[in-house]
Write a protein that binds this ligand. Sequence first.
Ligand code: PEP
Ligand code: MN
Length: 348
Amino acid sequence: MIVVMKPHYTPQQLEGVVNAVKAHGLTAHITYGVETAIVAAVGEFHIPSLDPFEILDGVESVKRISQPYKLGSRQVHPENSVFPIDGFNVGGSDIAIIAGPCAVESKSQILETAHAVREAGANALRGGVFKPRTSPYSFQGLGEEGLEYLAEAREQTGMPIVVEIMSQTQLDLMLNYVDVFQVGARNMQNFNLLRMLGETRKTVLLKRGLSATIEELLMSAEYLLAGGNKQVILCERGIRTFETATRNTTDINAIPVLKNLTHLPVILDPSHATGQADYVTAIARAAVAAGADGLIVEVHPDPARAVSDGKQSLKPEKFAEMVKQVKAIAEVMGRRIAPIGKPVAVGW
Ligand code: PEP
Ligand code: MN
């Protein structure tokens, strides 16, 4: 249920609504607008009539939330969520370009890549240190050593770092290093992990599961939002279909559909979506043209020798060309690639 306050409501009236929500065993989440405020009441909802809320002082209207996801819906929060990642804002007119290798392999590899992608216009660095590999015999990541190299890359380039978390046991260690937690496709429905990240106040980049529907992605985001973490970025990374010409099939529809259903920023990963470096730039352009708020792209200085996902990794010069093309599309869309600098927080 959402309770919309009248313009010029008083703090006491808002408090009265929040108390009534709590008295029904629900949790109140407030979104402040310019003149009004929306109180979303979420929890197990067994209220037969909305009358007890409609008669409260300062209340303009009361509606049921039609979707199963609540806090992520546009009904609860009509405006786009815009929030700072260390260095720039995401979700507003700026486009995030997160780039780096699939996995951190060595100090020299991540430092070289970080400088190259920064030079080309990236505003955040990605790099996995705990890798979700299909085979237990494949390289599993450098762990804390990799986090140290990433921290040094951040120090040298000023770019925030985005790193995948696979398990609750990695949280304490990673909190000391990362700016954005990536939740990978394979963990999109790891609800315990999501609940735990919902309690942190670090940005979470939530990737769509291999066979997850858009609604399932939004329900997973709801776990993060319900815990009070409002800094959630959704990521389309291709889904499994009958098509075998590419690693996955880019669901480009997901971009406008998600932008319509949710206020959360939406980005696209053209690397995992296609699985082949030759197709990455075209799909990166398409994503920004479709309204994506950013991209996450795999870049490696020597893809042929990469320990993971070399086939889909761009060489730095190809990445620089991709950024140039994406920049042109962004301009057509009235947007720009976020420069690194002190962000101005606009709020949730
Ligand atoms: C990755 O980003 O390297 C990764 C493993 O992605 P996904 O979870 O989308 O497969
Ligand atoms: Mn990868």
